[in-house]
Design a binder for this molecule. Sequence first.
Ligand SMILES: N[C@@H](CCC(=O)N[C@@H](CS)C(=O)NCC(=O)O)C(=O)O
Length: 201
Amino acid sequence: MKLYYAPYTCSLSPHIVLRELGLPFNLVKVDNKTRRTADGRDFLAINPKGYVAVLELDGGQVLTEGPAIVQYLADLQPESGLAPAAGTWERVRLQEWLNFVTSEIHAGSAPLFNAALSGEAKELFRAKLFKRFDFLQGTLGRQDYLMGADFSVADAYLFTVLGWCRFFSIDLGRWPALPEYVRRISARPAVQAALRAEAVQ
Ligand SMILES: N[C@@H](CCC(=O)N[C@@H](CS)C(=O)NCC(=O)O)C(=O)O
């Protein structure tokens, strides 16, 4: 398998999951500005949507959209417990979290990267994001992970997007459960390995 990624973007989430599962894979770095891969290919020919993450299977099939990719990976090794079995109530709960992270936190924070937006507009996006953090504080104030006691693919994703707060000067200490959660997940060997690999590639 190949994971097309750009350092510290949302592709870190499937990258963490690949390492948590111990699956063999190659990383292919993508330059999101030039839309070229590090090995000189046109990234738009691989994903016409023009963004990471992309998982390419050994048979050549290409899968995009982070929440779909991490579920596909977790299902390759159901015994890992990174996703409950498909068709169960718990799996729907996981999908509820993945959807919350993708639409409310990931998409909700993306405008803060946009240099063309005014400070005033960004304030509106920040205020909405902070409401979502209030909600997360409630959940993560009473349990270690989104699904309860155990780490799941939804945590790999939330950890990834919470990491962007440092680029927006958002102090997560305002929601005390969140820095604790980030620390807990950063201590995982697979997370450390993914961060190291993205820093050196
Ligand atoms: N809906 C996609 C969004 C992916 C996405 O936003 N990727 C960003 C990095 S976090 C990207 O590659 N952006 C480059 C661009 O849009 O030009 C997903 O959830 O996987």
